[in-house]
Structure formats: structure tokens, C-alpha cells
Design a protein around this ligand. Structure first.
Ligand SMILES: Cc1ncc(COP(=O)(O)O)c(C=O)c1O
Length: 361
């Protein structure tokens, strides 16, 4: 028994830690989850759907695709739902890339892209990202006729940076026609920049671009595993052939429908983020640490590579105070910690702990 090439090169994905042993109060700021939780309407819908858990789900997630289509003004036939957007990100290389084909992603981009490429026995290629912003010119310089998929997280996790709509249009125009551009807009709802687009426009105006989205972030449904993709009809058709036939459970579909329709709650969550992201950024920068600009629901903090103020030392110090951040060494950022925007209490606890850490001799 021997796994196909690539499988044993995969470093298993390690999620954010959730426990700080011995701490009476724990603030989990390690996984970019919604600090406010799901809409009460989503919880109600989940509970109501639980009565039918003995029945298989409606496999095409028609009601959910309809709700998504309504909210964003899309054609429901060009949407496919997944068991988290992770499922769809994994399937795309299986469909479009095989041995010898290249899958490109940014050097400090979301880790799943490399795993998904290797799982398809394709060749993962990390494109240099000197300024911690996805570099369109570097992608265009690196793309070859073997490049079959380009993944761009916009905004990117864990850097928090984003690319403008014009930059992504330029990237699309310069890539080979038979190379699929995947725009992963997991954090789109948090972005408020005039020059940003989620990817809907580019999908609508090209036949080789896909956008993925998730219910795990602003909609607060991370544990239910619901994501979706919007793309050209042939890509959606291919995804529908290979995805699990019942990949999104009935309670997950019901909760997601209620969550996406509760726009007042989404706005409330976006406002919370818009208030606390700059607050965290300013207060952390005031301790002397370097904080990267972010348009998501998290910030990348940079520490000294050596001495007393390293990321490792800070992580340990914060853990001992019940504040859990995310180490990002696996993203090629050994001196960084990522902090998700939390509740007011969580944000204040994190800042107090970082202030104490930085001020101690
Ligand atoms: C950029 C990016 N894409 C996708 C995901 C995964 O989302 P899902 O929970 O829908 O699988 C994450 C989760 O952290 C992410 O940061």
C-alpha cells in the first residue's frame, strides 16, 4: 500500500488551539471565528431542522443556493455548496491539476492551497511575496503553460492584506486561458475599501475564474462546515460530479439560509469588527510591536526574532493569561502571531496582556 505521489509530502493542517490549561477565563482569538456567534435566527433554524436528522439532506442545497443567489444577485445554477469552502478548495486541483501540473499560491497564503495541490499529486508552487501582499507581477512571472490553478486569498490569511479589483483583473488577463483563477474571498464581508471586489465581477465576466466564500467567518457557522463557490457553468458542473452527494447537512443548510438572510445581524457583526480592528491595531502598535495593516477580522503582529520579545515568548505569556493567539510559523512567518478580533472583553484582555509582556524587562 503506497499513497500516490504528494500525499506524504503534506504537513497536516493544524487548527488554532482552543484551550489554555488552568486558566479560569479563556479568550480564543486563534481561528478568525466570529466573536459574536451566529444570528439567533440561525440557531433557531438549526434547532428546527434537527428533528429531521434521520433523513438525508437535499443534496444540491437548492434552498441555500437560492438564498445566496437572492442576496448577491447571482444565478443559483452557478453556485455549488461545500462542506466548508475547504472541500471546494480541495476539489478544484483534483479536477483541473494532476501530476506535473503546477498550482500557484502566494508564499504566505492560506495553507490549504498547498495541501490541496499535493493531494491531487500536482506540483505546489509558492510565489514570492516580498511585502506580505500577494504580488501580481510575481505570479505572472512564475506562471507557465503547466500552471493549471492559481489560488489567491483576498483578503489573505494570515497577512490581512488584499488586492484591488484592478490588480486581480490584470492577473486574470495575464494568466494562461486554461489556468483557473480561484479567488478565495472568505473574509469579503469584513472589507470596506472602494477598490476591493469580492470576485463576483471577475467570475461574471470571464470563463475561467471561480470565487469561493464561507459561512465560517462573519456568519458564525464555522462548526457547521458550509461554504460555496460561484463559477462558470462547466466548473460548477465538474464540482457537482466529484463532491460528496450529501456534503452539507440539513441543519447546516437551514442555519446558513437563516444566517445569510439576516442582513441586520451581518451588519452588526461587520460594525463590531470595524470598531475593534483599528482599536486593536492602534493599541498593539502603541506597545512598540509592528502590526500589519489588515482588512479582515484579524491582525498579524510581528515580534523580535531573538531576545526576550519573541513570538514564542509572547505566545506563552498570553496563554498563561488565557489569551490564545495563533502562531504562523507554518506560513513562513516564524516571528508572527495572528490575533482575531474578539469580544470587547477578549480584545481588552489581549491588549492588557501584550502591554504587560512588552513592558516587562
Ligand atoms: C483564506 C481562507 N479560506 C478559507 C478558509 C476555510 O473556510 P471554511 O471554514 O469554509 O472551510 C479559511 C479559514 O480559516 C481561510 O482563512
Amino acid at each position: 500500500m503506497k499513497p500516490v505521489p504528494g500525499i506524504l509530502d503534506i504537513a497536516p493542517y493544524v487548527g488554532g488551539r482552543g484551550e489554555a490549561p488552568g486558566q479560569p477565563r479563556v479568550f480564543k482569538l486563534s481561528s478568525n471565528e466570529s466573536p459574536l456567534g451566529p444570528s439567533p435566527k440561525a440557531i433557531e433554524a438549526f434547532k428546527a431542522a434537527s428533528a429531521s436528522m434521520h433523513l438525508y439532506p437535499e443534496g444540491s442545497a437548492a434552498a441555500l443556493r437560492g438564498a445566496i443567489a437572492d442576496v448577491f444577485g447571482l444565478n443559483a445554477d452557478r453556485i455549488v455548496c461545500g462542506n466548508g469552502s475547504d472541500e471546494l478548495l480541495h476539489l478544484l486541483p483534483q479536477i483541473y491539476a494532476g501530476p506535473g501540473d503546477e498550482v500557484l499560491y502566494s508564499e504566505h497564503g492560506f495553507l490549504v492551497y498547498k495541501i490541496a495541490a499535493l493531494a491531487a499529486s500536482a506540483v505546489p508552487v509558492a510565489v514570492p511575496e516580498p511585502n506580505l501582499v500577494t504580488d501580481v507581477d510575481a505570479f505572472l512571472a512564475r506562471a507557465t503553460p503547466k500552471t493549471k490553478i492559481v489560488f489567491v486569498a483576498n483578503p489573505n490569511n494570515p497577512t490581512g492584506s488584499y488586492n484591488t479589483a484592478a490588480e486581480l483583473r490584470r492577473l486574470r488577463a495575464g494568466l494562461p486561458k486554461d489556468c483557473l483563477l480561484v479567488i478565495d474571498a472568505a473574509y469579503a464581508e469584513y472589507v470596506s475599501r472602494n477598490d476591493y471586489e469580492t470576485g463576483i465581477e471577475l467570475v461574471a465576466t470571464t470563463d475561467n475564474t471561480v470565487m469561493t466564500r464561507t459561512f465560517s467567518k462573519i456568519y458564525g457557522l464555522a462548526s457547521l462546515r458550509v461554504g460555496w463557490a460561484y463559477g462558470p457553468a462547466p466548473v460548477i458542473d465538474a464540482l457537482n460530479r466529484v463532491r460528496g452527494p450529501f456534503n452539507v447537512s440539513t441543519p447546516a443548510q437551514a442555519a446558513a439560509v437563516a444566517a445569510i438572510r439576516d442582513r441586520a445581524y451581518v451588519d452588526h457583526c461587520a460594525a463590531h469588527n470595524a470598531k475593534w480592528l483599528p482599536w486593536l491595531s492602534q493599541r498593539i502598535a502603541a506597545t512598540g510591536l509592528k502590526v500589519r495593516p489588515s482588512v479582515g477580522n484579524f491582525l498579524l503582529i510581528e515580534f523580535e526574532p531573538t531576545g526576550k520579545k519573541t513570538a514564542g515568548a509572547a505566545d506563552k505569556f498570553l496563554m498563561e493569561r488565557g489569551v490564545i493567539l495563533r502562531g504562523v510559523a507554518a506560513y513562513g512567518l516564524p516571528n508572527g502571531l495572528r490575533i482575531s478580533v474578539g469580544t470587547e472583553d477578549g480584545n481588552k484582555a489581549a491588549v492588557a496582556a501584550l502591554e504587560e509582556f512588552m513592558s516587562k524587562p
